[in-house]
Design a protein around this ligand. Structure first.
Ligand code: ADP
Ligand code: MG
Length: 234
């Protein structure tokens, strides 16, 4: 790394230093993150909790390179992503990060298989490997019998499973999930959380999940609490 003093940080999956994100709302400054210092070790499954408006989504977006910090650093596996250009970030994100959202974010006209395969196509994976990997990922989430169904033909839980298969398709080091069980009943939510746990164990990813569901405590390694843009409890 260019800055020798930062070498010691590269063992973490995630490390933020003095992370601020201030939104401009007209003449008003809205500080969504106010100096977040956070480390997550590789292979951990971590929940980020906090009230609505506490900065959870903003934090997740900064960790995944979907948003730029106003100041501070974000190291992901030792790399300071806050210095990357938009182009570099896009490339980095596609190869290293999987995203899962509350409302699944699937393309409605594509089948489960096509939703997963498209991700691999965008990443430039060969046709043969796309086929194998898409089948593997859909199998991993228990959807091998549903690969030709489109999102509207599936339950919420099944749609989230497709989104999970898509998120692991490119073998990311890091998966970020923003309230992934927010639209699911508690039985389905448990199934999805159990699946996340399995993916952390089997695919060796680091997993950060925003959730205010008390259920998650049974599945994650630990929780972080955000309040008004700061971590108040680990
Ligand atoms: P959470 O996910 O915990 O609900 P967010 O990260 O979405 O919190 O938002 C944190 C704060 O930043 C809130 O006060 C919210 O209103 C504000 N905020 C989020 N996005 C924007 C935006 N694009 N422009 C202005 N303010 C924003
Ligand atoms: Mg949010």
């Amino acid at each position: 790394m260019a800055d020798g003093t930062k070498d010691m940080h590269s063992d973490y999956a995630i490390e933020t230093q003095g992370l601020w994100r201030i939104y401009k709302a007209g003449a008003l400054d809205v500080p969504a993150l106010r100096g977040v210092d956070l480390v997550v070790e590789p292979g951990r499954f971590v929940a980020v909790k906090g009230r609505s408006g506490s900065g959870k989504t903003t934090l997740l977006n900064c960790l995944g390179g979907l948003d730029h910090p106003t100041s501070g650093s974000v190291y992901v596996f030792g790399r300071d992503i806050s210095t990357l250009s938009d182009r570099e970030l896009t490339h980095w994100r596609r190869s290293r990060v999987g995203f899962i959202f509350q409302s699944f974010g699937l393309l409605p006209t594509l089948s489960a298989y096509e939703n997963v395969e498209l991700m691999l196509r965008i990443a430039g994976v060969s046709a043969k490997e796309r086929r194998e990997r898409a089948h593997y990922c859909l199998d991993l989430v228990g959807l091998s019998k549903w690969i030709h169904h489109r999102p509207f033909e599936m339950s919420g839980g099944q749609q989230q499973r497709v989104a999970i298969a898509r998120s692991v398709a490119n073998r990311p080091q890091l998966i970020l999930a923003d309230e992934p069980t927010g639209e699911l009943d508690s039985t389905t939510a448990r199934e999805i959380l159990g699946l996340f746990r399995r993916i952390v164990e089997e695919e060796h990813v680091t997993f950060v999940m925003v959730s205010h569901d008390a259920l998650v405590n049974e599945y994650v390694d630990y929780s972080l609490q955000l309040k008004d843009g700061q971590i108040v409890q680990e």
